[in-house]
Design a protein. Structure first.
Length: 203
């Protein structure tokens, strides 16, 4: 009887340990399919216009889920540039060089010094419907989730215009217009003003 009870206690203890290890493993970023960090997008009037969620998928793969309700956004029914920027500050007052609203978020997140289209923070453009709503979900292997919180943090910017990803063949323009694409195009993709900004924070 004593040995039987002891055996049950040992087996019970082992079951608890195994359950705890399984829970710990399932909660790691490599295995969890759950929000890890998020950014709430607000416009210059401090109105919430959407949310972006970043989920770890294992390794360097990150799933990005976007939900917008930007009914007052410029360019409804059109594409809009969408990027991770290099500083986790969303001050609507103009700043930076040149001074622009939400300039506090810095430029595109670009740790490798690439031209636009190759920035780690370059994300697919968002098509905002005529009613201001937009939904998107995609994966990127340009960064793991944890890097978004490192250093100065990061922010997500929704731009007022289209992003050309610096994909402008020089043959499409006359030589009198100067080098194509130019410096601004290589840095920003000519996506226009910063309509909304969201600081990336732990979920």
């Amino acid at each position: 009887m004593w040995r039987s009870n002891k055996r049950r206690l040992v087996l019970g203890a082992l079951a608890v340990v195994v359950s705890a290890l399984a829970l710990a493993t399932s909660a790691t970023p490599a295995n969890a399919h759950r929000p890890l960090v998020r950014a709430t997008l607000v416009n210059a009037a401090d109105e919430v216009v959407g949310e972006v969620v970043f989920k770890g998928q294992g390794g360097h793969v990150t799933r990005v889920e976007v939900r917008l309700r930007a009914a007052a956004a410029p360019g409804l029914g059109d594409f809009h540039g969408f990027h991770v920027h290099s500083v986790g500050v969303c001050d609507p007052l103009p700043s930076g060089t040149p001074a622009v609203p939400f300039g506090s978020a810095g430029g595109h997140w670009n740790p490798t010094g690439a031209t636009h289209g190759g920035h780690a923070g370059d994300l697919p453009s968002l098509l905002i419907q005529a009613d201001g709503k937009s939904r998107a979900e995609f994966d990127t292997d340009r960064f793991p989730v944890g890097e978004l919180l490192a250093g100065d943090g990061s922010a997500v910017i929704l731009h007022a215009g289209r992003d050309n990803f610096a994909n402008i063949p020089a043959t499409a323009y006359s030589s009198v217009e100067g080098p194509v694409p130019n410096t601004a195009t290589n840095n920003t993709g000519d996506a226009g003003g910063r309509y909304a900004c969201g600081v990336v924070r732990p979920a």
